[in-house]
Design a protein around this ligand. Sequence first.
Ligand SMILES: Cc1ncc(COP(=O)(O)O)c(C=O)c1O
Length: 462
Amino acid sequence: MGGLMDNQLQKGRAAVSRPAAKSAKAIRGAAVPPAAPVVPLAPPMSPVQARRLSAAVLGGVPAFRRTLHVGRPNMPDQQVFLARIQQVLSSGQLTNWGPMVQDFEARVAEIAGARHCIATCNATTGLELAIGGLGMTGDVIVPSFTFIATVHALWRQGVRPVFCDIDPTTHCLDPDCVEAAITSLTTGILGVHLWGNSCASERLRELAREHGLKLMFDAAHAFGCQPEQPKNSYLGDAEVYSFHATKCIHAFEGGAIVTNDDALADRLRYMVNFGFAGEDQVAHLGTNGKMNEASAAMGLTSVDAMDRFFAHNRENYAAFEKGLAGLPGLSLMPRAAARRHSYQYVVTEIDPDTAGLTRDELVAALRLENVVARRYFYPGCHRMQPYAGLSPRAGQTLPVTEAVAQRVMVLPTGTQISCQDAARMCARIASLLRQAPAVRAALKHCKDPRLPHFAPLRAGSH
Ligand SMILES: Cc1ncc(COP(=O)(O)O)c(C=O)c1O
């Protein structure tokens, strides 16, 4: 394996040496015009250099010494954060709507352009609260191409998810499929602003109005992201953010529900605190979904750094655009038309027929480069438990979801990744694709413990 060098590198060296040989011949001949300037020969590559430039799966040196991950936390200013924590400790109020949570709710509402914000301990609880608060029952239309929490939140509220296909360009709900899926049992639509992209909000709003449905959005990926022309309907009846540590703006763990519906906001404020409407008066079914003061302190400090984080990711994205341009069979999701975007997800799709490698093979080969690229959201929620029996005709009803789930690979970005890292990742991906047949053959025999252990799909889940 060690002898398998990047043959493209060798080709590159040959291309430099050819014109030089020609000009030497020309100088010897009398009748020819003066030779073109001599192009110096590249020094021969040492075996060490060759190993450094070759893919790790082919015996080369990994592209990175440290391991790069998707979703490593963006760290805001530590001094500012510690000053806030000091304030929390001095105040003696650690939770139950202290001043940090109140400030955080005000900041989130302002950025979202919403009248109300209810901070929560995480987005999953926020989704459950919003589903219950909106009175969704029966069937609710939801994409299968999402993180499983979107669907669990419905199920745990006693609502049946009706999986609907997505738009191949945005990976968000396809409104035509939503329209086709509406029945007399449907009470709502739960869209997902995936990757921070806006989920056809206007069309979904019209459909919801026409059919008397509730409309809410899982905006776990989308805090701070704004479509080009924000409309009131962007929020739907309610929208839920995640402030988990993997999100661009985080609160260690955290979530928030925003809404312009005054009555819903009142209800949610009770529901997030066990249903308490007074000292000893319980007015609603509720839970303990409150955010604590330490999380809110981190959330506020993270929001302070939002412009810096977004700008850093935007620069990384430009490096990925440059480095991945023109690679056969690999496409980077084009930038969304947005007024503001976090670029927190570097989403690529691999077409195995053109790339010569499947998405899973590329993910595996990158692990040996110490790049933990991720498959998202494979194999689609409709193939996971307890939902695997709900879409028996998924091949016909969810063709885009099925195809996209096989092809998406997300690359690491965020403030722990530099533009140089991004460029180096791209160069190594290019190298892997150029040597696709050799990479595929080498992977078959590779026993490296860093390789992912992709579980086979359970029988009956198709
Ligand atoms: C689309 C989506 N929805 C919901 C969640 C759940 O968020 P949390 O971890 O804050 O509960 C996530 C988390 O990654 C997500 O990606």
